[in-house]
Design a protein around this ligand. Structure first.
Ligand SMILES: Cc1ncc(COP(=O)(O)O)c(C=O)c1O
Length: 399
C-alpha cells in the first residue's frame, strides 16, 4: 500500500470499527513500507547525543554555544531573576527588560533598526507574513522554503506563487503578472535542507523593481554568514533598506530557543499590534532570552566562530563530494529514503550522528544526509567523521 492508497480519513464509521482514529494504523503501516516512519531518540545528559554517538553533526547548535558556560549561566540567572516562564503574552505580562535588551542586541548584531522577539522562528515567520499580507496580496515563495514559511503563506490568505528554487526570473514573472495590492518575496538566506544561498541582491533588485517587500529568513544565516555572523542580509548591505525584513531563530547558531523579526520600528509597532502569533502566544521564557543575549555576547567576543563553522562545513562537503555549502549545512543527496536511512545508521554506528531528511521534508527522490558542521569540531572529531563517512560509503575519492 502506498501513502496515496491508504484509506481516507473521512467517511462514516461502522459501529464495529475501532473508532475514529482506526485509520492511523493503516497510515503508519504505509509510512513504514515507504521508509518514512520517524523515531524519537531521547538524548542522555552530557554532550554526546547518546552512549554510541561522540560527534553530533545532526543538531543545529552550529557554534557550540548551547552548552557554553556563560550561556548556561545566563539562562540560570534569568530563571532566578524572572522565574521559569514569562507569565503571559508579551502584550500582557510576558515582556521583561531582558526581552528589550535582547531585541536591541539582535537588531544591532544584524544591522536592523529594530527587532521583535517571538517564542520561536516558526511563530516569527507566521507572525510577519500574516501581519503583512492578506486577501488581494501576493506572496512569491521559493519552492524550497521551510515549512514555517509555507504555513505562513497559507495562513495569510494571500495569493501564493511558488517559484522554482533560486530562479529570480520566475520571481520577476510572478510579480510582473500584476493584479495584486501589495506583494512580498520570501526566501531563506541559507536553505535549511540544501545548504545553498539565495541571491539576495538579485531578489532585492527584482522586488524593488516591482515595489514588493523582500522577507528573508535568516534561520541558518545568523551566527554563520557574514563578518561575525551578522547574517546574509547584513553582509549584502541590505539590512537598512526600507523594503527588506528578516526573520531569525535563536535555536540554531545561538544554541537556544526563540525567534525574531527584524526591520524598522514602524514594522515592529505593526507586529506588536497585529501579529497573531505574537499576541496570542506566551512570551519567550526568560531563560531563553538570557541565553540568547549571552550567546550574542559570545559571538561578539569571538567573531571568528562564524568563519570557523563555514570552514568546517566546506571540509565536510569536500569529504563527501557535496556542493560547497553557503553556511553550516552540508547536503549529501542519496535518493531513496532507505538509502539515506542506511547511511545515517552506518554513521551512527561509527559514533557520528547526522540528520536524515526524507519526504515530506525534502522532495521525493532527494532523501539525504543533512550534515551540520560545528565550530567546535576538533581534529579527532574530524578523523572520526571521516571514518564514519567511509563506513557509510559516502566518502568521496579525495586525497
Ligand atoms: C529556515 C527555517 N525557518 C524557521 C525555522 C523554525 O525555527 P524554530 O525552530 O525556532 O521554530 C527553522 C527551523 O527548523 C528553519 O530551518
Amino acid at each position: 500500500m502506498t501513502l496515496d492508497e491508504a484509506p481516507a480519513q473521512a467517511g462514516p464509521l461502522a459501529p464495529s470499527q475501532a473508532g475514529p482514529l482506526a485509520w492511523l494504523a493503516d497510515h503508519a503501516e504505509a509510512r513504514r513500507a515507504a521508509g518514512l516512519r520517524r523515531e524519537l531518540r531521547p538524548r542522555t545528559a552530557g554532550r554526546p547525543a547518546s552512549d554510541a554517538v561522540r560527534v553530533d553533526l545532526a543538531g543545529n547548535d552550529y557554534l557550540g554555544l548551547g552548552r557554553h558556560p556563560a550561556v548556561v549561566a545566563a539562562a540560570v540567572r534569568a530563571v532566578r531573576d524572572w522565574g521559569a516562564g514569562s507569565t503571559g503574552s508579551r502584550l500582557v505580562t510576558g515582556s521583561t527588560t531582558l526581552h528589550t535588551d535582547l531585541e536591541q542586541a539582535l537588531a544591532a548584531h544584524m544591522g536592523f533598526a529594530a527587532a521583535l522577539v517571538f517564542s520561536s522562528g516558526y511563530t516569527a515567520n507566521l507572525g510577519v507574513l500574516t501581519a503583512l499580507a492578506g486577501p488581494g496580496d501576493l506572496i512569491v515563495s521559493d519552492a524550497l522554503n521551510h515549512a514555517s514559511i509555507v504555513d505562513a503563506c497559507r495562513l495569510s490568505r494571500a495569493q501564493v506563487v511558488i517559484t522554482p528554487h533560486g530562479e529570480t526570473a520566475a520571481v520577476a514573472a510572478a510579480l510582473g503578472a500584476g493584479g495584486w495590492r501589495r506583494a512580498i518575496v520570501v526566501t531563506e538566506s541559507v536553505f535549511s535542507a540544501d545548504g545553498d544561498a539565495a541571491d539576495l541582491l538579485a531578489l532585492h533588485d527584482t522586488a524593488r523593481a516591482h515595489g514588493a517587500l523582500l522577507v528573508v529568513d535568516e534561520a541558518h544565516g545568523l551566527g554563520v554568514v557574514g563578518p561575525g555572523g551578522g547574517g546574509a542580509v547584513h553582509a549584502a548591505g541590505l539590512a537598512a533598506e526600507p523594503d527588506v525584513v528578516a526573520t531569525a531563530t535563536l535555536s540554531k547558531a545561538l544554541g537556544g530557543l526563540g525567534g525574531a523579526v527584524l526591520g524598522s520600528t514602524a514594522l515592529r509597532d505593526h507586529l506588536v499590534d497585529t501579529a497573531r502569533s505574537f499576541i496570542f502566544d506566551t512570551g519567550l521564557a526568560p531563560a531563553n532570552v538570557g541565553a540568547a543575549l549571552a550567546a550574542l555576547d559570545q559571538l561578539r567576543a569571538q567573531p571568528e566562530l562564524a568563519e570557523t563553522v563555514r570552514a568546517h562545513a566546506r571540509h565536510l562537503a569536500e569529504l563527501t563530494g557535496a556542493p560547497t555549502p553557503a553556511g553550516a549545512v552540508v547536503s549529501v543527496i542519496l535518493g531513496e529514503p532507505e538509502t539515506a536511512l542506511a547511511a545515517a545508521a552506518a554513521c551512527r554506528a561509527s559514533g557520528v550522528a547526522v540528520g536524515c531528511f526524507r519526504p515530506p521534508t525534502v522532495p521525493a527522490g532527494t532523501s539525504r544526509l543533512r550534515v551540520a558542521a560545528r565550530a567546535d569540531l576538533t581534529a579527532t572529531d574530524l578523523a572520526q567523521v571521516r571514518e564514519a563517512f567511509a563506513a557509510a560509503g559516502i566518502l568521496a575519492r579525495v586525497p
